[in-house]
Design a protein around this ligand. Sequence first.
Ligand code: XMP
Length: 515
Amino acid sequence: MQRETVIVLDFGGQYNQLIARRVRECNVYCEIYSYKTDLEKIKAKQPKGIILTGGPNSCYEPDSPTYTKEIFNLGIPVLGLCYGAQLMMHLLGGEVRRADVREYGKTEVQIDKTTSEVFRDVSEKTICWMSHFDYIAKTAPGFEITAHTADCPVAAAENADRSLYAIQFHPEVLHTQEGTKMLRNFVIDICGCAGDWRMDSFVEQSIKAIREKVGNGRVLCALSGGVDSSVAAVLLSRAVGEQLTCVFVDHGLLRKDEGDQVEAVFGPEGSYDLNFVRVNAQERFYSKLKGVEEPEQKRKIIGEEFIRVFEEEAKKVGAVDFLVQGTIYPDIVESGLGGESAVIKSHHNVGGLPDYVDFREIIEPLRDLFKDEVRKVGLELGMPEYLVFRQPFPGPGLGVRIVGEVTAEKVRIVQDADAIYREEIAAAGLDKEINQYFAALTNMRSVGVMGDERTYDYAVALRAVKTIDFMTAEAAEIPFEVMQKVMSRVINEVKGVNRVMYDLTSKPPGTIEFE
Ligand code: XMP
């Protein structure tokens, strides 16, 4: 069965993934492709609608990203946003020019054509997010202006007969107060999508597809305890039960009690039908990391050792038919395979593709999903909330939260401080608001006094950030009382710590992790 799809054609804008997510929030499946993708490939997808994204260029410059104007003749509705709107006008005979001033930020937009389908049920004056230098000076023949602002004569235009819509602002950004409504109007009313992309049917269909593919085959999965690999493992377990073996390597750099929690859920006492293998490789990792201070070298050692351990276990399991990977859609887009966004992350992930394992094929059951959808699948599968809503945790674990040499003693300090910090943040009701927070060890020791004793102990750094995409981030504002409580508990309860600091650094120039 052909899945109802809307295609986002990516011209390099920073919000491209957000557009796809918003479309999916309308229960419509959506995929991102680079503007370099051939029209034939787009046509073969039989999309119900196409959205052209924003981008950093000027469409009238000779080398700027462009597309064949054939795309407007397919009889498929097209919505151009920002650069996409300008490009639509430019290609169809309108005029785009450089403005004297940039229009940026929340802006009041006046809807001139209240009967426009894309603005159905939208207020006549509505706040929208603008971010552009170029503007549409003249619409293309056949288009009418449907909205404007004080500075921008064409905030939106359309040729309703041909189902072509141009919007200068960004409906995908939440600052555009009625943006979701506009996108919904486009995908549901204009494109005629049924909006039946739901996680319950995703689960049902995936299980069926996995069963068909796997047959009687054997499946191996590297389980990290993180959201993606856990959800992938549960999905596989639902589909093929004990044909699945999950190998969980405890590298001794997990959060406090995390190894036991993973075992409690997936192990023999847990709720799932699978073969669970836990490898307690803590000492092995600590001994490899002894004396190593350089961050990249530590990451390398952890990554390589992980592969070695996994390899040894895989050998014990023997030949398998399939290897499961918890790849998700942003991994695909960010690695340059989907949209146009630059390869920003090339994280050295524990569990990178182990090419030595004897397997026939890879299964990536979550490769079409965004993180929030993966979480919904987890809930759909009845997984516990604390697993499903777990915050991101890097593959190399506490290895990137301890500055300098990693030792068992330092791991214990970070684990204990971090557990207290997480407890207090949750108690203050802040855990859902802050995107990532943790304790790290600065590796700095200084003089303090405890009772009548002089101390010479470590300083723990607390980190908490707000971020949408983890590529930029701001330090979160945490009430001072909460901080004080964490500080006093950490110093009193964690042996070896006599100072607690809050890391205020944004990213950039900092990174989120502390290594
Ligand atoms: P940075 O420190 O690069 O982190 O600002 C951005 C986000 O990526 C996570 N991170 C990693 N995740 N393997 C991962 O799976 C890694 O090696 C790794 N390094 C950083 C980090 O936790 C944050 O969410």
